[in-house]
Write a protein that binds this ligand. Structure first.
Ligand SMILES: Cc1ncc(COP(=O)(O)O)c(C=O)c1O
Length: 442
Protein backbone atom coordinates (compact mmCIF):
# COMPACT_ATOMS: atom_id res chain seq x y z
CA UNK A 1 0.00 0.00 0.00
CA UNK A 2 3.11 2.22 -0.06
CA UNK A 3 1.79 4.42 -2.88
CA UNK A 4 -1.64 5.07 -1.36
CA UNK A 5 -2.69 7.96 0.84
CA UNK A 6 -3.57 7.76 4.54
CA UNK A 7 -7.34 7.47 4.04
CA UNK A 8 -6.97 4.59 1.61
CA UNK A 9 -4.54 2.71 3.83
CA UNK A 10 -6.70 3.09 6.94
CA UNK A 11 -9.60 1.23 5.27
CA UNK A 12 -7.72 -1.21 3.05
CA UNK A 13 -4.14 -1.62 4.30
CA UNK A 14 -2.90 -5.14 5.00
CA UNK A 15 -6.01 -6.91 3.76
CA UNK A 16 -6.93 -8.86 0.66
CA UNK A 17 -10.55 -10.04 0.33
CA UNK A 18 -9.39 -12.46 -2.35
CA UNK A 19 -7.36 -14.34 0.26
CA UNK A 20 -10.35 -14.40 2.64
CA UNK A 21 -13.28 -15.95 0.75
CA UNK A 22 -14.02 -12.47 -0.69
CA UNK A 23 -15.11 -11.32 2.77
CA UNK A 24 -15.47 -7.54 2.65
CA UNK A 25 -14.97 -7.05 6.38
CA UNK A 26 -11.79 -8.46 7.94
CA UNK A 27 -12.95 -11.78 9.45
CA UNK A 28 -12.27 -12.79 13.04
CA UNK A 29 -10.05 -15.85 12.90
CA UNK A 30 -11.43 -17.35 16.10
CA UNK A 31 -8.97 -20.18 16.35
CA UNK A 32 -6.25 -21.09 18.82
CA UNK A 33 -4.12 -23.05 16.36
CA UNK A 34 -3.56 -23.53 12.63
CA UNK A 35 -3.13 -26.87 10.97
CA UNK A 36 0.38 -27.64 9.77
CA UNK A 37 -0.78 -30.00 7.01
CA UNK A 38 2.47 -31.84 6.48
CA UNK A 39 5.52 -32.40 8.64
CA UNK A 40 7.62 -30.77 5.93
CA UNK A 41 5.46 -27.62 6.07
CA UNK A 42 5.69 -27.60 9.88
CA UNK A 43 9.50 -27.64 9.59
CA UNK A 44 9.39 -24.79 7.09
CA UNK A 45 7.06 -22.70 9.28
CA UNK A 46 9.19 -23.26 12.37
CA UNK A 47 12.33 -22.30 10.45
CA UNK A 48 10.61 -19.14 9.24
CA UNK A 49 11.34 -20.17 5.64
CA UNK A 50 7.61 -20.14 4.92
CA UNK A 51 5.38 -17.39 6.31
CA UNK A 52 2.24 -18.69 8.00
CA UNK A 53 0.37 -19.06 11.24
CA UNK A 54 0.99 -21.67 13.91
CA UNK A 55 -0.70 -20.60 17.14
CA UNK A 56 -2.68 -17.42 17.97
CA UNK A 57 -0.44 -16.52 20.90
CA UNK A 58 2.30 -15.86 18.32
CA UNK A 59 0.24 -14.58 15.41
CA UNK A 60 -3.26 -14.61 13.96
CA UNK A 61 -4.55 -13.48 10.52
CA UNK A 62 -6.97 -10.92 12.01
CA UNK A 63 -4.23 -9.42 14.20
CA UNK A 64 -1.90 -9.59 11.20
CA UNK A 65 -4.14 -7.23 9.20
CA UNK A 66 -4.14 -4.76 12.10
CA UNK A 67 -0.34 -5.02 12.43
CA UNK A 68 0.23 -4.48 8.70
CA UNK A 69 -2.26 -1.63 8.55
CA UNK A 70 -0.73 0.32 11.46
CA UNK A 71 2.81 -0.36 10.18
CA UNK A 72 1.74 1.07 6.80
CA UNK A 73 0.05 4.14 8.37
CA UNK A 74 3.22 4.83 10.36
CA UNK A 75 5.60 4.04 7.47
CA UNK A 76 7.18 1.30 9.55
CA UNK A 77 8.62 -1.98 8.32
CA UNK A 78 6.59 -4.22 10.63
CA UNK A 79 4.38 -4.20 13.71
CA UNK A 80 3.28 -6.57 16.44
CA UNK A 81 0.08 -6.36 18.45
CA UNK A 82 -0.35 -6.94 22.18
CA UNK A 83 -3.26 -7.40 24.56
CA UNK A 84 -2.89 -3.83 25.88
CA UNK A 85 -0.83 -0.69 25.55
CA UNK A 86 0.96 -1.56 28.78
CA UNK A 87 1.91 -4.98 27.39
CA UNK A 88 3.31 -3.25 24.28
CA UNK A 89 5.31 -0.77 26.40
CA UNK A 90 6.67 -3.25 28.95
CA UNK A 91 7.59 -5.80 26.27
CA UNK A 92 9.38 -3.15 24.23
CA UNK A 93 11.40 -1.96 27.21
CA UNK A 94 12.31 -5.52 28.15
CA UNK A 95 13.29 -6.38 24.58
CA UNK A 96 15.38 -3.25 24.03
CA UNK A 97 17.19 -3.40 27.38
CA UNK A 98 17.60 -7.16 27.22
CA UNK A 99 16.82 -7.13 30.94
CA UNK A 100 19.43 -4.67 32.22
CA UNK A 101 20.54 -1.08 31.82
CA UNK A 102 18.87 2.29 31.87
CA UNK A 103 16.18 4.15 29.93
CA UNK A 104 16.10 7.92 29.68
CA UNK A 105 12.56 9.27 29.90
CA UNK A 106 10.52 12.17 31.27
CA UNK A 107 8.20 12.73 34.20
CA UNK A 108 5.44 13.63 31.74
CA UNK A 109 4.13 10.22 30.79
CA UNK A 110 1.04 8.13 31.51
CA UNK A 111 0.81 7.27 35.26
CA UNK A 112 0.77 3.50 34.64
CA UNK A 113 3.95 3.70 32.57
CA UNK A 114 5.50 5.90 35.26
CA UNK A 115 4.72 3.37 37.99
CA UNK A 116 6.05 0.55 35.80
CA UNK A 117 9.32 2.48 35.64
CA UNK A 118 9.27 3.25 39.35
CA UNK A 119 7.96 0.08 40.98
CA UNK A 120 8.48 -2.86 38.64
CA UNK A 121 11.46 -2.42 36.35
CA UNK A 122 14.06 -1.46 39.00
CA UNK A 123 13.40 -4.83 40.67
CA UNK A 124 14.21 -6.47 37.34
CA UNK A 125 17.46 -4.55 36.87
CA UNK A 126 16.15 -1.86 34.52
CA UNK A 127 16.46 1.70 35.78
CA UNK A 128 15.09 5.02 34.57
CA UNK A 129 16.57 8.49 34.47
CA UNK A 130 13.96 11.21 34.19
CA UNK A 131 14.19 14.74 32.85
CA UNK A 132 11.45 17.28 32.21
CA UNK A 133 9.71 18.41 29.05
CA UNK A 134 11.26 21.79 29.73
CA UNK A 135 14.79 20.37 29.91
CA UNK A 136 17.18 21.58 27.24
CA UNK A 137 18.72 19.10 24.83
CA UNK A 138 22.00 19.57 26.76
CA UNK A 139 20.21 18.46 29.95
CA UNK A 140 18.88 15.42 28.12
CA UNK A 141 22.41 14.69 26.95
CA UNK A 142 23.86 15.02 30.46
CA UNK A 143 21.34 12.42 31.66
CA UNK A 144 22.65 9.79 29.20
CA UNK A 145 24.93 7.26 30.92
CA UNK A 146 27.15 4.51 29.43
CA UNK A 147 24.34 2.13 30.43
CA UNK A 148 21.49 4.02 28.73
CA UNK A 149 19.83 1.80 26.16
CA UNK A 150 16.99 3.96 24.82
CA UNK A 151 15.10 7.22 25.12
CA UNK A 152 11.39 6.77 25.81
CA UNK A 153 8.87 9.63 25.44
CA UNK A 154 5.22 10.32 24.61
CA UNK A 155 4.62 12.35 21.46
CA UNK A 156 1.80 14.26 23.19
CA UNK A 157 2.16 13.83 26.92
CA UNK A 158 -0.55 12.55 29.22
CA UNK A 159 -2.26 14.55 30.76
CA UNK A 160 -0.77 17.97 29.96
CA UNK A 161 -0.40 17.58 26.17
CA UNK A 162 3.22 18.74 26.24
CA UNK A 163 5.44 18.28 23.18
CA UNK A 164 9.14 17.72 22.56
CA UNK A 165 11.56 18.47 19.75
CA UNK A 166 11.54 14.94 18.37
CA UNK A 167 14.12 15.50 15.64
CA UNK A 168 16.60 16.90 18.15
CA UNK A 169 15.93 14.01 20.52
CA UNK A 170 16.36 11.46 17.71
CA UNK A 171 19.68 13.06 16.70
CA UNK A 172 20.84 12.96 20.30
CA UNK A 173 19.82 9.30 20.69
CA UNK A 174 21.60 8.34 17.48
CA UNK A 175 24.77 10.17 18.49
CA UNK A 176 24.88 7.73 21.40
CA UNK A 177 23.80 4.73 19.26
CA UNK A 178 20.57 4.26 21.19
CA UNK A 179 17.02 4.18 19.77
CA UNK A 180 14.24 6.69 20.33
CA UNK A 181 10.98 5.03 21.40
CA UNK A 182 7.82 7.16 21.08
CA UNK A 183 4.44 6.39 22.62
CA UNK A 184 2.21 7.92 19.94
CA UNK A 185 -1.10 7.04 21.60
CA UNK A 186 -2.54 10.56 21.93
CA UNK A 187 -1.43 11.68 18.46
CA UNK A 188 -2.21 8.57 16.37
CA UNK A 189 -0.43 8.20 13.01
CA UNK A 190 -2.98 10.60 11.52
CA UNK A 191 -1.57 13.60 13.41
CA UNK A 192 2.04 12.52 13.82
CA UNK A 193 4.30 9.84 12.40
CA UNK A 194 7.30 9.57 14.75
CA UNK A 195 9.35 7.41 12.35
CA UNK A 196 9.28 10.26 9.81
CA UNK A 197 10.97 12.47 12.40
CA UNK A 198 13.79 10.17 13.39
CA UNK A 199 12.19 7.85 15.96
CA UNK A 200 13.05 4.15 15.69
CA UNK A 201 10.18 2.47 17.50
CA UNK A 202 6.56 3.55 18.03
CA UNK A 203 4.27 2.13 20.70
CA UNK A 204 0.51 2.53 21.03
CA UNK A 205 -2.29 1.94 23.38
CA UNK A 206 -4.78 0.95 20.66
CA UNK A 207 -7.43 1.19 23.36
CA UNK A 208 -7.53 4.95 22.79
CA UNK A 209 -8.04 6.90 19.55
CA UNK A 210 -6.86 4.13 17.20
CA UNK A 211 -9.90 2.14 18.24
CA UNK A 212 -11.87 5.23 19.19
CA UNK A 213 -14.99 3.55 20.52
CA UNK A 214 -14.00 2.53 24.03
CA UNK A 215 -14.85 -1.12 23.39
CA UNK A 216 -11.49 -2.91 23.31
CA UNK A 217 -8.10 -2.98 25.03
CA UNK A 218 -5.06 -3.43 22.80
CA UNK A 219 -1.53 -2.30 22.05
CA UNK A 220 0.92 -2.18 19.17
CA UNK A 221 4.62 -1.75 18.54
CA UNK A 222 5.79 -0.47 15.16
CA UNK A 223 9.42 -0.89 14.06
CA UNK A 224 11.00 1.62 11.71
CA UNK A 225 13.87 0.94 9.34
CA UNK A 226 15.84 -1.43 11.56
CA UNK A 227 17.96 0.35 14.09
CA UNK A 228 21.67 -0.55 13.98
CA UNK A 229 21.82 -2.56 17.19
CA UNK A 230 25.45 -2.54 18.36
CA UNK A 231 26.64 -5.94 19.52
CA UNK A 232 28.26 -4.68 22.76
CA UNK A 233 25.09 -2.89 23.91
CA UNK A 234 22.38 -5.15 22.50
CA UNK A 235 23.75 -8.75 22.54
CA UNK A 236 20.16 -10.05 22.56
CA UNK A 237 19.97 -9.46 18.81
CA UNK A 238 23.19 -11.46 18.19
CA UNK A 239 22.58 -14.35 20.56
CA UNK A 240 21.87 -17.63 18.71
CA UNK A 241 18.61 -19.38 19.51
CA UNK A 242 17.58 -22.93 18.80
CA UNK A 243 13.93 -21.85 18.30
CA UNK A 244 14.85 -19.84 15.21
CA UNK A 245 17.13 -22.48 13.66
CA UNK A 246 17.30 -22.80 9.90
CA UNK A 247 16.17 -25.82 7.89
CA UNK A 248 19.54 -27.49 8.47
CA UNK A 249 19.06 -27.13 12.22
CA UNK A 250 21.66 -24.36 12.62
CA UNK A 251 20.90 -21.91 15.44
CA UNK A 252 20.45 -18.32 14.34
CA UNK A 253 20.24 -14.89 15.94
CA UNK A 254 17.27 -12.56 15.45
CA UNK A 255 19.42 -10.36 13.24
CA UNK A 256 20.38 -13.31 11.03
CA UNK A 257 16.89 -14.78 10.80
CA UNK A 258 14.91 -11.52 10.52
CA UNK A 259 17.29 -8.77 9.31
CA UNK A 260 14.40 -6.62 8.03
CA UNK A 261 12.53 -6.49 11.34
CA UNK A 262 14.67 -7.96 14.15
CA UNK A 263 12.88 -6.13 16.97
CA UNK A 264 9.42 -7.17 15.80
CA UNK A 265 10.60 -10.78 15.55
CA UNK A 266 12.19 -10.68 19.01
CA UNK A 267 9.04 -9.15 20.48
CA UNK A 268 6.76 -11.65 18.79
CA UNK A 269 8.76 -14.84 19.23
CA UNK A 270 10.02 -14.16 22.75
CA UNK A 271 7.98 -11.59 24.64
CA UNK A 272 4.55 -12.08 23.07
CA UNK A 273 5.01 -15.82 22.81
CA UNK A 274 6.28 -16.40 26.34
CA UNK A 275 4.71 -13.67 28.45
CA UNK A 276 1.55 -14.34 26.47
CA UNK A 277 -0.10 -10.89 26.50
CA UNK A 278 -1.77 -11.57 23.18
CA UNK A 279 -4.49 -9.45 21.58
CA UNK A 280 -7.71 -11.37 21.05
CA UNK A 281 -8.66 -11.49 17.35
CA UNK A 282 -12.15 -10.33 18.35
CA UNK A 283 -10.65 -7.15 19.76
CA UNK A 284 -8.29 -6.85 16.80
CA UNK A 285 -11.38 -6.71 14.58
CA UNK A 286 -13.00 -4.02 16.75
CA UNK A 287 -9.80 -1.98 16.56
CA UNK A 288 -9.65 -2.46 12.78
CA UNK A 289 -13.21 -1.16 12.45
CA UNK A 290 -12.17 1.85 14.51
CA UNK A 291 -9.07 2.48 12.40
CA UNK A 292 -11.23 2.67 9.25
CA UNK A 293 -12.56 6.06 10.43
CA UNK A 294 -9.43 7.27 12.23
CA UNK A 295 -8.71 10.38 10.17
CA UNK A 296 -12.35 11.55 10.14
CA UNK A 297 -12.75 11.05 13.86
CA UNK A 298 -9.49 12.73 14.78
CA UNK A 299 -10.24 15.72 12.53
CA UNK A 300 -13.58 16.28 14.26
CA UNK A 301 -12.07 15.67 17.71
CA UNK A 302 -9.37 18.29 17.04
CA UNK A 303 -12.11 20.70 15.89
CA UNK A 304 -13.96 20.14 19.17
CA UNK A 305 -10.76 20.53 21.17
CA UNK A 306 -10.03 23.87 19.53
CA UNK A 307 -13.60 25.11 20.11
CA UNK A 308 -13.57 24.20 23.81
CA UNK A 309 -10.02 25.56 24.17
CA UNK A 310 -11.27 29.00 23.06
CA UNK A 311 -14.20 28.77 25.45
CA UNK A 312 -12.05 27.73 28.43
CA UNK A 313 -9.54 30.50 27.83
CA UNK A 314 -12.35 32.99 28.44
CA UNK A 315 -13.47 31.54 31.79
CA UNK A 316 -10.76 33.10 33.92
CA UNK A 317 -12.82 33.03 37.15
CA UNK A 318 -12.95 29.22 37.06
CA UNK A 319 -10.08 28.29 34.75
CA UNK A 320 -6.64 29.44 35.85
CA UNK A 321 -4.67 27.93 32.98
CA UNK A 322 -5.13 25.66 29.95
CA UNK A 323 -2.44 23.26 28.81
CA UNK A 324 -2.65 22.48 25.09
CA UNK A 325 0.07 23.23 22.52
CA UNK A 326 -2.23 25.70 20.73
CA UNK A 327 -3.25 27.49 23.95
CA UNK A 328 -2.41 31.19 23.94
CA UNK A 329 0.43 30.98 26.47
CA UNK A 330 1.65 27.46 25.68
CA UNK A 331 5.45 27.02 25.62
CA UNK A 332 4.93 24.43 22.86
CA UNK A 333 3.40 26.65 20.16
CA UNK A 334 6.48 26.47 17.92
CA UNK A 335 6.76 22.70 18.32
CA UNK A 336 3.06 22.40 17.47
CA UNK A 337 3.63 24.37 14.27
CA UNK A 338 6.62 22.21 13.39
CA UNK A 339 5.20 18.76 14.17
CA UNK A 340 1.41 18.97 14.58
CA UNK A 341 0.07 21.00 11.70
CA UNK A 342 -3.32 19.24 11.86
CA UNK A 343 -3.76 19.73 15.58
CA UNK A 344 -2.04 18.46 18.70
CA UNK A 345 -4.56 15.79 19.62
CA UNK A 346 -7.88 15.80 21.34
CA UNK A 347 -6.85 15.96 24.99
CA UNK A 348 -6.22 19.08 27.02
CA UNK A 349 -5.82 19.84 30.69
CA UNK A 350 -6.89 22.90 32.60
CA UNK A 351 -6.39 24.23 36.08
CA UNK A 352 -9.70 24.43 37.91
CA UNK A 353 -9.73 27.67 39.87
CA UNK A 354 -11.73 26.68 42.92
CA UNK A 355 -11.98 24.35 45.89
CA UNK A 356 -11.73 20.58 45.72
CA UNK A 357 -15.47 20.36 46.48
CA UNK A 358 -16.20 22.67 43.54
CA UNK A 359 -14.00 20.58 41.28
CA UNK A 360 -15.84 17.45 42.37
CA UNK A 361 -19.10 19.24 41.65
CA UNK A 362 -17.89 20.15 38.16
CA UNK A 363 -17.05 16.51 37.41
CA UNK A 364 -20.38 15.31 38.77
CA UNK A 365 -22.49 18.07 37.18
CA UNK A 366 -21.38 17.74 33.56
CA UNK A 367 -23.88 15.62 31.66
CA UNK A 368 -22.14 14.85 28.38
CA UNK A 369 -18.54 14.42 29.55
CA UNK A 370 -18.16 10.92 31.00
CA UNK A 371 -16.04 10.51 34.12
CA UNK A 372 -13.64 7.82 33.01
CA UNK A 373 -9.96 6.87 32.93
CA UNK A 374 -9.77 6.78 29.14
CA UNK A 375 -9.09 9.07 26.20
CA UNK A 376 -9.64 9.12 22.45
CA UNK A 377 -13.19 7.79 22.74
CA UNK A 378 -15.99 8.91 20.39
CA UNK A 379 -17.58 10.30 23.58
CA UNK A 380 -16.06 13.20 25.48
CA UNK A 381 -14.52 12.44 28.86
CA UNK A 382 -13.45 14.30 31.98
CA UNK A 383 -11.10 13.15 34.74
CA UNK A 384 -9.25 14.56 37.75
CA UNK A 385 -5.88 13.26 36.55
CA UNK A 386 -3.74 13.73 39.69
CA UNK A 387 -6.06 11.34 41.54
CA UNK A 388 -6.96 8.90 38.78
CA UNK A 389 -4.83 8.57 35.63
CA UNK A 390 -1.74 9.76 37.51
CA UNK A 391 -2.72 8.53 40.97
CA UNK A 392 0.46 6.43 40.92
CA UNK A 393 2.59 9.59 41.30
CA UNK A 394 3.26 10.85 44.84
CA UNK A 395 3.00 14.61 45.52
CA UNK A 396 6.71 15.24 44.73
CA UNK A 397 6.49 13.27 41.50
CA UNK A 398 3.33 15.13 40.48
CA UNK A 399 5.26 18.35 41.03
CA UNK A 400 8.17 17.12 38.90
CA UNK A 401 5.67 16.09 36.22
CA UNK A 402 4.15 19.57 36.42
CA UNK A 403 0.72 18.12 37.20
CA UNK A 404 -0.85 20.58 39.59
CA UNK A 405 -3.44 19.30 42.12
CA UNK A 406 -6.16 21.33 40.36
CA UNK A 407 -5.57 19.63 36.98
CA UNK A 408 -8.69 18.50 35.14
CA UNK A 409 -8.19 16.58 31.89
CA UNK A 410 -10.70 16.62 29.04
CA UNK A 411 -10.73 14.22 26.10
CA UNK A 412 -12.92 15.31 23.20
CA UNK A 413 -15.22 13.02 21.31
CA UNK A 414 -17.46 13.49 18.31
CA UNK A 415 -20.39 15.38 19.84
CA UNK A 416 -21.37 18.88 18.71
CA UNK A 417 -18.86 21.43 20.01
CA UNK A 418 -21.75 23.71 20.99
CA UNK A 419 -23.22 20.96 23.21
CA UNK A 420 -19.84 20.35 24.88
CA UNK A 421 -19.45 24.04 25.61
CA UNK A 422 -23.04 24.29 26.87
CA UNK A 423 -22.39 21.30 29.13
CA UNK A 424 -19.34 22.91 30.72
CA UNK A 425 -21.19 26.22 30.90
CA UNK A 426 -24.13 24.77 32.85
CA UNK A 427 -21.71 23.10 35.31
CA UNK A 428 -19.71 26.35 35.67
CA UNK A 429 -22.97 28.28 36.10
CA UNK A 430 -23.99 25.97 38.95
CA UNK A 431 -20.64 26.58 40.67
CA UNK A 432 -20.89 30.34 40.13
CA UNK A 433 -24.45 30.36 41.52
CA UNK A 434 -23.31 28.50 44.61
CA UNK A 435 -20.43 30.94 45.13
CA UNK A 436 -22.90 33.79 44.85
CA UNK A 437 -25.18 32.17 47.46
CA UNK A 438 -22.27 31.74 49.84
CA UNK A 439 -21.22 35.37 49.24
CA UNK A 440 -24.76 36.64 49.89
CA UNK A 441 -25.21 34.60 53.05
CA UNK A 442 -21.79 35.62 54.44
C1 LIG B 1 -0.25 7.48 26.62
C2 LIG B 1 -0.66 6.12 27.10
N1 LIG B 1 0.11 5.07 26.80
C3 LIG B 1 -0.22 3.82 27.23
C4 LIG B 1 -1.35 3.59 27.97
C5 LIG B 1 -1.68 2.19 28.42
O1 LIG B 1 -2.56 1.60 27.53
P1 LIG B 1 -3.59 0.42 27.90
O2 LIG B 1 -4.58 0.98 28.83
O3 LIG B 1 -4.14 0.01 26.57
O4 LIG B 1 -2.77 -0.67 28.51
C6 LIG B 1 -2.20 4.65 28.28
C7 LIG B 1 -3.43 4.39 29.06
O5 LIG B 1 -4.09 5.23 29.55
C8 LIG B 1 -1.84 5.95 27.83
O6 LIG B 1 -2.60 7.02 28.12
Amino acid sequence: MADYGFNTVQVRGGYSAKDNQESVAVPVYATAAFDFGTVERADRLVAGVEAGFVYTRIGNPTNDVLERRIAALDHGVAAVSFGSGMAAISSTILAVTGGSGRILSTYQIYGGAFDLEKSIFPNLGIHFDLVSHDSSIEEWERAITPDTKAIYVESISNPSARLLDFEELAKLAHRYDIPLIVDNTFATPYLFQPLEHGADIVVYSATKALNGHGNAIGGLVVEGTPFRWKKETYPQFYQKHWVIRDLEGKERSFLEAFPEFPLTALLRLSYLAYFGAVLSPYEAQLILIGVETLSERVKKQVENTRAVLSYLQEQSDLVSWVSYPEAKDSPDQELAKKYFKNGAGSVLSFGFNGTEEEENRLIETVKIFGYQANVGDARSLIVNSPKITHGELNPEELKEADIAPETVRLSFGLEEASDLIADLEQAFAAIRAERENVRKSA
